[in-house]
Write a protein that binds this ligand. Sequence first.
Ligand code: UD1
Length: 364
Amino acid sequence: MRIVSVVGARPQFVKLAPVAAELGRRGMEHRIVHTGQHYDWAMSGSFFDDLSIPAPDVDLGVGSGPHGVQTGQMLIGLEPALVDLAPDWVLVYGDTNSTIAAALAAVKNHLPVAHLEAGLRSFNRTMPEEHNRVLTDHACDLLLAPTAVAMGHLRDEGLADRAVLVGDVMTDVCLRVLAGADDPAAQQPVAAPELPDRFVLATLHRPSNTDDPARLATILDALAASPIQVILTAHPRLTARCTEFGIEVSRGTLTTVPPLAYPQMIAALSRATAVVTDSGGLQKEAYLVGTPCTTLRAETEWPETIEAGWNRLDPDLRQAATWADPPRPDPATPRSAYGAGDAAARTVDALLARAAAPFGTLRA
Ligand code: UD1
């Protein structure tokens, strides 16, 4: 069986890593297509190196652009690439423009397509990721869901017969990196960069937080007023907007650093006093390592982190005074909502099982 993974943006490389490793362990044929949505070394190449992902077989080099241009150029490149690779499964990941482009290219060419991280919903239709999630799920033949909540959303949209609960592959990677499993000689987590004893780790990249100058300045002011140091790992979108709007990022207790490599990010996260973010993945990783998180959004796709008390939503910045010292649940409470790190194995099992017994009506 030949599986073709299509990825393009940073969080997709993290999700691809355990799947590529599992397919490799089972000796299965796997090809990787990179759309080129993210292209900087810090946003792309370092993830392939640090997470031991094989180099892409095809790199479309699409790069940045408005949504229609970026997605359209991906479609133009993906159609011949996928047809040529003749996969038994096209596997698409997460919720980016690369995800929807690959799902569309596959379904239009009658190639079986599976969506990993299916069923996540924010119910906020102003988010580009929400369009990508909904449209991708409805286009795909097999929906690989990370949580019971995601399974419920798929059921509510009439997609239950295509859905399989496999768990969260980002948990596989996070737990593996935390355990230092990539470096058996050291058996230690990879060293973090120079970090103070107490600090807030922050990230900010959602258009709703970065693209309005007044909103962006208010968030950065609140971070700079923190009583302890704030280390903000700056996504290229944030850096670009700050330059465009003439906003100075580093001031007060706020320091900006370039995007961190994945192992450094996990190490920094586990040493942080608290997290302030608008990233989906980081909310969940904060929960996994046991660092309390404040999310600068009105909703989350990972409600389990809120229910467990490790995350809270603060869209209006009302909790800014306690960002550095948020409520902290008992660290001894199990943080197992996202599984034990076996989601990639369950993903490959589902691909094998559904290829042997595909959905008759969908394939007819
Ligand atoms: C994308 C995803 C988002 C995901 C995020 C993770 C969509 C709609 N959004 O948002 O779901 O959470 O990736 O990072 O697909 N840039 C660089 N170098 C790079 C990549 C981007 O400088 O390697 C700059 C671009 O010039 C652009 C900006 O970053 O101005 C945004 O890039 P883009 O891929 O359009 O969206 P993201 O904000 O990264």
